[in-house]
Design a protein around this ligand. Sequence first.
Ligand code: GLN
Length: 485
Amino acid sequence: MSELYKLGIKEAAEGLAAGAFSSVELTQAVIDRVHEKDGEIGAYLTFDEEGALAAAEAADEKRLGQGAQSPSLLGIPVAIKDLINVKGQPCTCASKILKGYVSPYDATVIRNLKAAGAVCAGRVNMDEFAMGSSTENSGLGVTHNPYDLSRVPGGSSGGSAAAVGGDLAIAALGTDTGGSIRQPASFCNIVGLKPSYGRVSRYGVTAFASSLDQVGPMTKSVEDAAMLLQVLAGHDEMDGTTPKESVPDYVKALEGASLKGVKLGLPKEYYEVSGVDPEVKRITDEAIKSCEAAGAELVEVSLPHTEYAMAVYYIVAPAEASANLARFDGVRYGHRSERSDDVFNLYARSRAEGFGPEVKRRIIMGTYVLSSGYYDAYYGRASKVRTLIRRDFETAFQKVDALLTPVAPTPAFRIGEVQDPLTMYLNDLFTIPGSLAGNCSISVPAGFAATEGAKLPVGVQFICDAYREEKLLAVGMAFETIVRG
Ligand code: GLN
C-alpha cells in the first residue's frame, strides 16, 4: 500500500477498480513520494496538492456512482509538462518570462484528461520553451536523472521523464518537436510515444514549432502509453491539423501483439553515422537480434536524405519559434521590464530579461532565416528538402511495417558536460527525421549501458507510418515483452 507510487496506469486502474485502494490514497502516495525524493531529483516545478486531493476525492465519488463503467484513467494522477495549460495553474514553460502567469483555460488534452477523471496537478520541468535535450536550459532549475543524479534526464521533457522514471508520477505528458519525448524516455528507462502530426490536439499547448509539435504519453509501459494516447487523441475543432476520422482502439490493438512476420526496416544511413556510443550500438544490435529471434523479418532500407534532416530542422524549428515567441512582449503575459520608458524598450528589455540564452539564439536564427531576401533561400528550400525526407519514409513504408533505430547517440551525459550547442543538437540525430516527416515513433527501454561504472538506461526507437499508432504500439509491446523476459 505504501508503495502505490510505483504503479503504472494499468496496475493503478486495476487496483482502483478492484477497490484495493482509493484515488485519494494513490494521489497521497505520489505526493509523499515527491516530498521524499524530489529534493534530489527536481522533476516538479509546482504541485497543487490540495487541488490534487480534491480531484482525487471527486474521482472516488464518481467511481461509486459508475462502478465498472468508470473510465480507465479515473482517479489517476498524471504529471504535466509545464507548457500545457491547465486552468488556474501556472504555465511557465520553464521560462522567467512567464513567471507569475496563470492559465485562464484548459488545453484540449487537459480537457480530455479531466473528462476521463485524471488528476492533473503536478507540473514538471523542461528546457525553456522546449528548446534543448537535457533540461539544463530550464530557467527555473536543474532536473537530475533518477538513475544517476550526476547526469541529465534528457530533454526537453526531462521533468516528465525523471518523474515517471523515478516513480514520482504514475505517468506524464510530454511534448516532442524533434525528439523531446523519445530521448528523455530513453535516458530515464521509460516508454515515450510521439504521435503522428495531427493525432493529438495542440490547442492550449504553448507553441514552439507549430508544424512539428506533438503532445504524447510518457509512461512505465507500452500498454500505459496506449491507454493514455486513447484519451489524448482525436479531432479538435480548435486545431485544424486534427482529422475528423475516429480514433482506433489502441488498447485492443495490443491483443496478441507479436513480432512474428513483422517486416522491420533498418535504415542504413542510421547505422553508418559515426559518434554513436559503443554501448548504444551493442544494445541496439541486441535489440535487432532479439526481434529477429522473435520472428521479425529484417530488411535493410535507405532514407537517402537523412543527412539533411538536422540542417532542415534548425531552419524550420527556429523560424517557427521566432514567430510563435513574438507574443511574449511584456504586455500580455508574464514578466514586464521595469526599466522601460517607451514601448520599444518595453518589448526589448522584457524579452532580454525574460528569455534565456538558447531561446534567444533560436529567435535570432529564426528571424534571420525568415528575413526578406533570405526567406526563399532558407525556409523555402528547407521546406522542399523536408518533402524529400517525408518521401524517403513513404518509400520505406511501402516495404516494411516499422523501422528500428537507436533513439539517441549516447546514454545520459553528465550535467554540465555538453557545453557546445551543436553537440547538444546532435542528440536528436535519429529522432528529427521522423518529426519532419510527421510519422509516429516510440522509445522503448532496451537495456542498460555500462558507462564509467554507472548503469544507464538506453531505449530503442520504432517508427511507423503516419496514423499507424496501432501497429507502432503492438510492435513496441512485443519488444517490451522480450526485454522484460
Ligand atoms: N532538442 C531539440 C531542440 O532543441 C528538440 C526539442 C523538442 O523536441 N522539443 O529543438
